[in-house]
Structures are given as structure tokens and as C-alpha cells.
Design a protein around this ligand. Structure first.
Ligand code: HEC
Length: 126
């Protein structure tokens, strides 16, 4: 009787608890991003022609391609340590300061960091 009870208990113990825990964490992460707590590529606005035209007044020669390159670099290089903040998380002037501070951490070259700044400022809260 007792042996049968113990065997039932053993059967109820998951074979690989760490995996279950990881699975659960994965589910929580998925839920969090579904609720909009995390930012992923699909939430990162794509640059428009209007953005490029507006930003070209400050940086002549900026095109939609420049901004798209900045967006890609942002998603590729600025998500190594934390989730990507959406551009509307900060006003334009603040983004310039943040990228100046974060670019060395991402080891971005000057041109790439300029692309990232242009993308973020073009898409930022105004
Ligand atoms: C090597 C790790 C690392 C990389 C790469 C990195 N960051 Fe950060 N970031 C941090 C840490 C750590 C913080 C927390 C605040 C701090 O230390 O300044 C932070 C904070 C931030 C914040 C919040 C600042 C605030 O005041 O709310 C923003 C926005 C940000 N990073 C943007 C970026 C951008 C843009 C890039 C790419 C150019 C980037 N990060 C790359 C480590 C990193």
C-alpha cells in the first residue's frame, strides 16, 4: 500500500523539472510580449517617406533607405543587453543623448550610430 503510494508520487514528479520551468518562463515571456510589455521587430515602426522628408531638413540626403538601415542596426545591435525600446519611449532630443551613450557599448561605428539616431529621431515622440 505504502509502496504503491510512493510509486504514484514518483510518477507524478516531472522527469525534467528544469525544462518545465524553462517552458513556463518561455510562456510568461510570450504572454508578456503579447501584452505589449516587450518590444519586438514587428512593433518597431517602419520608416516612411514622410519621415525621411522631415529628417532630411536636418540631415540633407537622408532617404527611407538610410532610416531603414538605422532600424535594422538598432534591432541588430541595441538588443544585446535589453529589449528594444520603441522610438516613442523618448523625445527626439533625448534619443541623441542616449545613443551617444549606448553606441560605444554596442561598438557601433560612427556611421551606423548616425543611422540609428536618425531612425529613432524620425520615429520618436515629438
Ligand atoms: C552592453 C550592453 C548594452 C548595449 C549593447 C546597449 N545598451 Fe542600452 N542600456 C544598457 C544598460 C545596462 C542600461 C541601463 C541604464 C544605464 O546603465 O545607463 C541601458 C539603458 C538603455 C535605455 C534606457 C535609458 C533611460 O534613461 O531610460 C535606452 C533607451 C537604451 N539603453 C538604448 C540603447 C540603444 C539605442 C542601444 C544601441 C545603440 C543600446 N541601448 C545598447 C546596456 C546596453
Amino acid at each position: 500500500m505504502i509502496i504503491k503510494f510512493i510509486m504514484l508520487q514518483m510518477a507524478a514528479v516531472p522527469a525534467r523539472p528544469p525544462r518545465r520551468l524553462l517552458g513556463r518562463l518561455g510562456l510568461i515571456t510570450a504572454l508578456a510580449s503579447a501584452l505589449g510589455l516587450g518590444a519586438c521587430a514587428t512593433q518597431m515602426p517602419a520608416p516612411s517617406q514622410a519621415d525621411a522628408t522631415r529628417i532630411a531638413m536636418e540631415w540633407p540626403g537622408t532617404t527611407v533607405e538610410t532610416l531603414a538601415r538605422g532600424r535594422t542596426a538598432y534591432l541588430d545591435h541595441c538588443t544585446a543587453c535589453h529589449a528594444a525600446y520603441t522610438p516613442d519611449a523618448h523625445p527626439a532630443a533625448v534619443w541623441r543623448k542616449i545613443v551617444a551613450e549606448m553606441a560605444p557599448r554596442s561598438r557601433l561605428d560612427h556611421r551606423t550610430s548616425e543611422d540609428v539616431v536618425r531612425y529613432l529621431i524620425a520615429s520618436a515622440r515629438r
